[in-house]
Design a binder for this molecule. Structure first.
Ligand SMILES: Cc1ncc(COP(=O)(O)O)c(C=O)c1O
Length: 482
């Protein structure tokens, strides 16, 4: 230990004393705890148009500060009130993010200590936590020892990181070959993977989105034919982006046959499992995602189905050195941190140099609850879409458009005798808006084979079978009164 200095040092007004920090911290904790423990009594969504929020919130930065109670009161009344309550049991739109409280505290610890998790020496302990958490994910996916990667801001960043690494592996430093690179996916591929290809310099016309089959999956035969056609034209097949749970319907592409094809063709197989990946913790999820362990890289999103707060994505690569080959760079001012051995500088594996220790929230939550509790929560939430499907099938005026798959259900109201597609779309748009205006549930719509569909993704851990029954009953009532 160094000698503790004994002199008197001037204190910055920014440097709060112990008691003040505790008081402020408890005020914030009370605010969050009150919010989370009363979610069921709140509306799931309140929003305002931009002009209205501007009137409430816009102000010049004050020359003098205010006390924490005034500020928290302002935030609660004018800011937090006008937003979706993501962790609400009725939030079943898009892909819900429902963090546990210990996971949120992990972010608080990471911010409070403010570790720099870009290079090893300045955050050896927190970086080791990231190494550990990544290895848990690797084992859950069933990928071989030695696979690794990094935590990212989200699934979009993970998809982009994989795309850049694959591009580097294919063309190295020769940009003249980039125009010949081709990326493959299905028409269900997430927009972030498509955008990743664009950012990587791959022309929009070189991103092949093949028609999915009747189960919304990428057909390997059609893909093999497309690859053969492209090779015959002198193009370079770069990457297959397979889905480990599509956002639209939860469909999982045939990962085993795609891995065979990728191996035969020597193409990078990336599985975008941002949505569905953590379902591997449950038996049904593991079965659905069989073959994921053969991917060259996998995108996961702990901020979706591992119950940690935004932002937390993950890229897991079978050969992490391929990420390093694409991203590592050491200017003079970082030479001290250069790693020549075991130590991992996470900045070498992606685009972010300054990064916070987001692994802490995963570690804290997994250790606090244990994997059994998380596994049960995931298995239960997987069962909810199936339960909702059974309830929908009992309703004579409703129709399933895409059966419950990996936690997602698409369906619509379809009264007897109403067969005009435009009228059905209008009815279901009305139901979507009515459900959301009522404030008990927040859902989103999509299109299934052209038809407007109600879509639910009930994976938050507060959502129950009873909620599903209430929800289907509400839809029936809105349909009847339309
Ligand atoms: C399948 C899939 N891939 C990628 C993403 C993008 O992830 P993020 O929003 O965390 O950047 C999403 C987000 O919903 C997704 O569902």
């Amino acid at each position: 230990m160094p000698d503790v200095p004994t002199g008197t040092y001037p204190r910055s007004p920014l440097d709060l004393d112990f008691d003040t920090m505790r008081r402020l911290g408890y005020r914030v904790t009370d605010t969050v705890a009150e919010h989370l423990s009363t979610l069921r009594t709140q509306r799931v969504l309140d929003t305002l148009p931009r002009r209205a929020t501007e009137r409430l919130i816009a102000a010049p930065p004050p020359a003098r500060g205010a006390d924490i109670d005034t500020l928290l009161a302002f935030l609660r009344e004018h800011v937090f009130a006008h937003a979706a309550r993501e962790p609400h049991p009725g939030f079943i739109a898009y892909v819900p993010s429902c963090p546990t409280f210990p996971a949120s505290l992990g972010d608080w610890l990471a911010a409070g200590y403010n570790f720099f998790a870009g290079v090893w020496p300045v955050a050896a302990g927190p970086n080791q936590i990231e190494v550990l958490v990544l290895d848990w994910f690797r084992a859950w996916l069933g990928m071989p020892n030695g696979s690794g990667g990094l935590l990212t801001t989200g699934g979009s960043a993970a998809n982009l990181t994989a795309m850049i690494a694959a591009r580097h592996g294919a063309v190295g430093d020769d940009p003249s070959r980039i125009p010949r690179l081709i990326v493959y996916g299905s028409d269900q591929t997430h927009s972030s993977a498509i955008r990743a290809a664009w950012i990587a310099g791959i022309a929009r016309s070189n991103v092949r989105l093949l028609a999915c089959d009747a189960d919304f999956r990428l057909p390997p035969d059609a893909l093999a034919a497309a690859i053969a056609r492209d090779r015959a034209h002198g193009l370079i097949p770069l990457m297959i982006v397979a889905n480990g749970g599509t956002t639209n319907t939860g469909a999982v592409d045939p990962l085993g046959p795609l891995a065979d094809l990728a191996a035969r063709e020597r193409i990078w197989l990336h599985v975008d499992a941002a949505y569905g990946g953590f379902s591997v913790l449950s038996d049904d999820g593991r079965r659905a995602l069989a073959g994921i362990e053969r991917a060259d890289s996998v995108t996961l999103d702990p901020h979706k189905w591992l119950y940690v707060p935004f932002e937390c994505g993950c890229l897991m690569a079978r050969e992490p050195k391929r990420l390093k080959a694409a991203f590592q760079i050491y200017p003079d001012y970082l030479k001290d941190a250069e790693s020549d051995g075991d130590e991992i500088n996470f900045a070498d594996y992606g685009e972010q140099l300054t990064r916070y220790a987001r692994a802490l929230k995963v570690w804290l939550a997994v250790n606090y609850f244990g994997t059994d509790v998380l596994r049960e929560a995931i298995a239960y939430s997987l069962s909810l879409a199936a339960h909702a499907e059974a309830l929908v099938r009992r309703e004579p005026a409703m129709e399933v458009l895409a059966p419950a798959t990996l936690g997602i259900l698409c369906f619509r109201a379809h009264p007897a005798g109403m067969d005009d597609p435009a009228a059905l779309d209008a009815l279901n748009e009305h139901i979507n808006a009515a459900v959301n205006a009522a404030g008990r549930f927040f859902i989103s719509s999509t299109r299934i084979r052209g038809a407007l569909s109600l879509r639910i993704c009930p994976i938050g851990f507060r959502t129950t079978r009873e909620d599903m029954a209430d929800f289907v009953r509400d839809v029936a009532a809105f349909a009847a009164s339309a």
